[in-house]
Design a protein around this ligand. Structure first.
Ligand code: NAD
Ligand code: IPM
Ligand code: MN
Length: 351
C-alpha cells in the first residue's frame, strides 16, 4: 500500500489548533493508501529556547517527506521579520516553491458578505509568485538610528521567475471552463519590474491563444474583486500583490479562517511541497480553541490532490461542504459558538 509521509509543522498560535483538527480529517479520509505524520516543534517557542526558528539542517530534515503541512508562524515575543524569514520563507525559497495556489470560493451554506453576490459570482484561483519579487529580501539599512537613516528593500523580478509562474497560471486558466486569466500589474508607477511583468504576460500569452487575458493595475483589481468578482477567474500576481489580494479574497469568502493554499514547484522537485492556510497565528484568539479549521481542512484536500489522491481530496471537500451546508456547526468568526474541535469532529463524522 502506498504510504505518504507528511511533516507537520503546527507552528504558533492557532496553528497548534487547526493542524490537529485537519489531521483528524486526513486520517478519516485515508482509504486505499497510508498516511504517516512526523511532527516538528519549530516556531517561536523553539526560537526562545534555541535562538533560531528551526535547526540549521531543518531543510535537510524536511527534504525526504512527501509533503509539509504547516499551521501558522508568528508570536508577539519574536519579531515577525525574524520568525517568518527563518521558517516560512526559508521553506518556500529553499525548496523553490515558486507557485502559491490560493482558491477563493464560497462553500455551500456560507453566504458571502458581499451584497447581491453568491457562490456563482465568486470562484477565483490566485496564482501567487512565491520565490522572488518584493520578498527577495535584498537590501539594507544605512546610518541606522540617525536622522539620515535610509532603508532599502529591493524587489527582484527575473524573466525566468516571471515566465514560469505565468506559464503555470495560463495552464490553470486553460483547464477551467472560463479560460480567463487576469494579471495584477502596476506598470503605471513601476517602470522596470512591472513593465517586464506585462511584457512576459504578452509573450507567454501567445502560447495560449485559447485563454482570454486581462491586465489590471493592482489597485483597480482590488476594487474589481469587490464590485465585479464574477469577472475574475484565474489571477496571477507578484508575491506582495497576491499576498494582499488573497486576504481580501478571504474576506470575500467571509473569514480569514476559510482561505486555503498550496506552495508548489510544478516543474521540478527541490523539496516537498508545502500546504498551509492563508491566515496567520491569530494571537488575538489563540489558545481558546475557537479558530476556524475550514481553511486548514481545505488545505488538507489540496495536499491530497497534489499527492495524487484526488478521490480522497474529493471526499474531504464533500464532507466539508456537507457540514457547512447543514449550517449547524459554526466557529465564532462565522457567527457561531462552536469550537475548532467540534467543527472538525463533525467533518470526521461525515466522512
Ligand atoms: P492573522 O491572519 O493571524 O489574523 C488576522 C485576523 O483574522 C485576526 O483577528 C484573527 O483572529 C482572524 N483569524 C485568522 N485566522 C482565523 C481563523 N482560522 N479562525 C478565526 N479567525 C481567524 O493575521 P495577523 O494578525 O496580521 O498576524 C498574526 C501573526 O501571524 C503575525 O505574527 C503574522 O506575521 C503571522 N502570519 C503568519 C502567517 C503564516 O504563517 N502563514 C500568515 C499571516 C500572518
Ligand atoms: C501569507 C503570509 C506570509 C506572506 C507572511 C506571514 C510572511 O501573510 O502566507 O499570506 O506574506 O507570504
Ligand atoms: Mn498573507
Amino acid at each position: 500500500m502506498k504510504t505518504y509521509r507528511t511533516a507537520l509543522v503546527p507552528g504558533d498560535g492557532i496553528g497548534k489548533e487547526v493542524i490537529p483538527a485537519a489531521t483528524d480529517v486526513l486520517w478519516a479520509a485515508a482509504d486505499g493508501f497510508g498516511l504517516e505524520f512526523e511532527s516538528f516543534d519549530w516556531g517561536c517557542e523553539y526560537y526562545l529556547r534555541h535562538g533560531r526558528m528551526m535547526p540549521e539542517d531543518g531543510l535537510e530534515r524536511l527534504r525526504p517527506f512527501d509533503a509539509i503541512f504547516l499551521g501558522a508562524i508568528g508570536h508577539p515575543s519574536v519579531p515577525d521579520h525574524i520568525s517568518l524569514r527563518q521558517l516560512l520563507l526559508r521553506i518556500r525559497f529553499g525548496f523553490d516553491l515558486y507557485v502559491n495556489l490560493r482558491p477563493i470560493e464560497i462553500l455551500p451554506g456560507l453566504d458571502p458578505p458581499l451584497k447581491g453576490k453568491s457562490a456563482e459570482h465568486i470562484h477565483m484561483l490566485f496564482v501567487r509568485e512565491n520565490t522572488e519579487g518584493e520578498y527577495a529580501g535584498l537590501g539594507g539599512r544605512f546610518k541606522r538610528g540617525t536622522e539620515d537613516e535610509v532603508a532599502i528593500q529591493q524587489a527582484v523580478f527575473t524573466r525566468r521567475g516571471v515566465e514560469r509562474v505565468m506559464r503555470y497560471a495560463f495552464g490553470q486558466a486553460r483547464r477551467r471552463p472560463a479560460r480567463r486569466l487576469a494579471s495584477a500589474t502596476k506598470s503605471n508607477a513601476m517602470q522596470y519590474s512591472m513593465v517586464l511583468w506585462d511584457e512576459v504576460l504578452q509573450e507567454v500569452g501567445r502560447d495560449f491563444p485559447d485563454v482570454a487575458v486581462a491586465s489590471y493595475h493592482v489597485d483597480a483589481l482590488a476594487a474589481r474583486m469587490v464590485t465585479h468578482p464574477e469577472s475574475l477567474d484565474v489571477v496571477v500576481a507578484s508575491n506582495l500583490f497576491a499576498d494582499i489580494l488573497t486576504d481580501l479574497g478571504a474576506a470575500l469568502q467571509g473569514s480569514l479562517g476559510l482561505a486555503a493554499s498550496a506552495n508548489l514547484n510544478p516543474a521540478k522537485r527541490v523539496g516537498p511541497p508545502m500546504f498551509e492556510p492563508v491566515h496567520g497565528s491569530a494571537p488575538d484568539i489563540a489558545g481558546r480553541g475557537i479558530s476556524n479549521p475550514i481553511a486548514t481542512i481545505w488545505t488538507a484536500a489540496l495536499m491530497l490532490e497534489q499527492l495524487g489522491e484526488p478521490a480522497a481530496a474529493a471526499r474531504v471537500m464533500n464532507a466539508l461542504k456537507a457540514v457547512t451546508a447543514a449550517k449547524r456547526i459554526r466557529t465564532p468568526d462565522l457567527g457561531g459558538n462552536n469550537t475548532t474541535r467540534e467543527f472538525a469532529a463533525e467533518v470526521v463524522r461525515e466522512l
